[in-house]
Design a protein around this ligand. Structure first.
Ligand SMILES: [Zn+2]
Length: 256
């Protein structure tokens, strides 16, 4: 492992584990550095958007729709989906495996907790299969990069806006060319998604590499310690069967 950046200095193993798993907030130095770099990047984007002929639409929108998320918040998101709570409505993407097992799902793209047919199919899934469905478009408590304070969802989290011709396609193109100069990378791409147990492409999710990469290296160097901490947080609950089996794949199947 390379030398850790100053934000890790003075943090013991337990403190980094708390930070990484969302049990404790990120160090203030991380939050401050990420916010400052994001502000510089968005100022540059706005400057380019003001150029003649530019067609950017995001300049008036709130920039960050989701930033830091703690363990409790992510656990709530997970459990509401796992329990198919009516208030959740549509979520996730139905996997090919689920569709093959339950033809009654028809052509539906997303799970819908208000749909009785979907509910019957969901109840037919094992705990591990439910975890697989949730992880298609979501993350789990303890392993979300949103715990780190380095990762942000920009503008809108619907893929259609970022596709070619979409309302944020020009912003996305700008980010692919300029974000790295401010330290930001897109961790979940079509390429990183092309293996089993990886997040699907997320063009709205950007990560501050100067801290996120050392965090990944730290997790890699402390895999069994992290695994023990996660198992403690999750307990023996069946609802975390899929995460117990596959958490490390989701953490490491990313762009770096
Ligand atoms: Zn995100």
């Amino acid at each position: 492992m390379r030398k850790l950046p100053p934000v890790f200095a003075g943090l013991g193993e337990s403190a980094v584990l708390d930070w990484m798993t969302g049990v404790a907030p990120p160090p203030a130095a991380v939050t401050g550095e990420v916010a400052a770099q994001l502000e510089r990047m968005i100022a540059a984007l706005r400057a380019d958007a003001a150029a003649p002929g530019a067609t950017f639409t995001a300049t008036g929108r709130p920039t960050v729709v989701s930033g830091h998320r703690d363990y409790t918040r992510q656990e709530r998101i997970w459990s509401r989906k796992f329990d198919f709570e009516v208030g959740v409505g549509r979520f996730g993407a139905i996997t090919d495996e689920a569709r093959a097992a339950f033809p009654a799902l028809g052509a539906a793209v997303e799970w819908d907790t208000a749909d009785d047919t979907h509910r019957t199919c969901w109840e037919g899934l094992s705990a591990e299969e439910r975890g697989r469905e949730i992880m298609r478009t979501s993350s789990g408590p303890g392993i979300s990069r949103h715990h780190w304070g380095t990762d942000l969802d920009l503008w809108n989290t619907s893929a259609v806006h970022y596709a070619d011709g979409g309302s944020l396609a020009n912003e996305y193109s700008w980010l692919t060319r300029h974000a790295a100069a401010f330290g930001f990378i897109q961790p979940f791409t079509a390429r990183s998604a092309a293996v089993a147990h990886a997040y699907t492409e997320e063009r709205w999710h950007w990560s501050y590499r100067p801290v996120a990469e050392p965090m990944l290296e730290w997790v890699d160097a402390h895999r069994s310690t992290v695994d023990t901490r996660l198992r403690t947080l999750w307990g023996n609950s069946a609802r975390y069967a899929f995460l117990r089996a596959h958490w490390a794949e989701f953490v490491f199947h990313v762009e770096r």
